[in-house]
Design a protein around this ligand. Structure first.
Ligand code: NAP
Length: 276
């Protein structure tokens, strides 16, 4: 499995499973746990979660899925902006560790920019890193101006910016992605299937048919074909968890890439960062 180097020198896999909208219904808990366990059986190398998801419930499901596994995946979690003060971030991280029954989170992110001064959050990130409770830290939903501010505080160690990016929402290509690439910071693309909305686009379907793959696999392969981008599609279905992993075997020809550019044009100017 390909990986991306973060500015700290640590590697992050280019592919993992997302978990938003899990942990919200008792009736679906078993299916969600099974989907994550199945992803781990299939050697998904990364899980993305957050204290927000299911109000901590998803981190508990992740903890259950991790019990007794032979190869620990790379774990990403996130702190709520309203918890992201100097002491609040540390307390939130400790709660996340407890729910997942882990000693360390591989990459810990500020979920989005809130009212707490960024300097406090970064101070907490450094303390957590020194204590070995997180290996790397980063941010989410930061546009270029927020990244500029983060760069004054992060000692060159922000590990990623996790943002909305997929074929139908290519805004970050204009300025954010080049900004990140210049500093060797991987972009983590969330909602790579636009939460399923992309999959009914006729152009995507036609090109996927031509390649002998599914629209979801082509949409994911397109994201991962680009250097410095990692992605985390969510599925709570065993079939789709397996299908999405198959994206790693899809080779994007230059001709298909050009046709995708025609159907889903790149941005021609600055677009404010979208958020879901
Ligand atoms: P997504 O991964 O683009 O799409 C997930 C949706 O697509 C689900 O409804 C899923 O349904 C469906 N799906 C998945 N694979 C499919 C396939 N092969 N064929 C058809 N449908 C499929 O959207 P997302 O969950 O918003 O984003 C991914 C992850 O990014 C999240 O789970 C979360 O971890 C992270 N995220 C972070 C932020 C942030 O602010 N940092 C925001 C949004 C998302 P089933 O489950 O029924 O398969």
């Amino acid at each position: 499995m390909r990986s991306c180097k973060m500015p700290s020198g640590n590697e992050m896999p280019i592919f993992g499973i997302g978990t938003w909208r899990m942990g919200e219904s008792r009736a679906k808990r078993r299916q969600e746990l099974e989907a994550i366990k199945y992803a781990l059986e299939l050697d998904y190398p990364m899980i993305d979660t957050a204290e927000m998801y299911g109000d901590g419930g998803v981190e508990e499901i992740v903890g259950e899925a991790l019990a007794g596994i032979r190869k620990r995946p790379f774990i990403v979690s996130k702190v709520y902006p309203h918890n992201a003060s100097r002491n609040g971030t540390i307390a939130a991280c400790e709660r996340s560790l407890k729910r997942m029954k882990l000693e360390r989170i591989d990459l810990y992110l500020l979920h989005w920019r809130g009212g707490v001064p960024l300097s406090e959050t970064y101070e907490a990130f450094f303390r957590l890193r020194e204590a070995g409770k997180i290996a790397d830290f980063g941010v989410s939903n930061f546009d270029t101006d927020d990244m500029e501010e983060a760069a004054t505080l992060d000692k060159g160690l922000t590990g990623t910016d996790q943002v909305l990016y997929c074929l139908s929402r290519r805004g970050p290509e204009y300025d954010l992605l080049p900004w990140l690439r210049q500093r060797s910071i991987p972009l983590m693309a969330y909602s790579p299937l636009d939460q399923g909305r992309l999959l009914s686009k006729p152009a995507l379907k036609k090109l996927a048919d031509g390649l002998g793959c599914t629209p979801a696999q082509l949409a994911l392969a397109w994201v991962m074909a680009q250097p410095g981008i990692v992605t985390i599609p969510k599925s709570a279905s065993r079939e789709r968890v397996e299908e999405n992993l198959g994206a790693l075997d899809v080779t994007l020809t230059p001709q298909v890439a050009a046709e995708l550019d025609r159907a889903f044009p790149p941005p021609k100017g600055k677009q404010p960062l979208e958020m879901l």
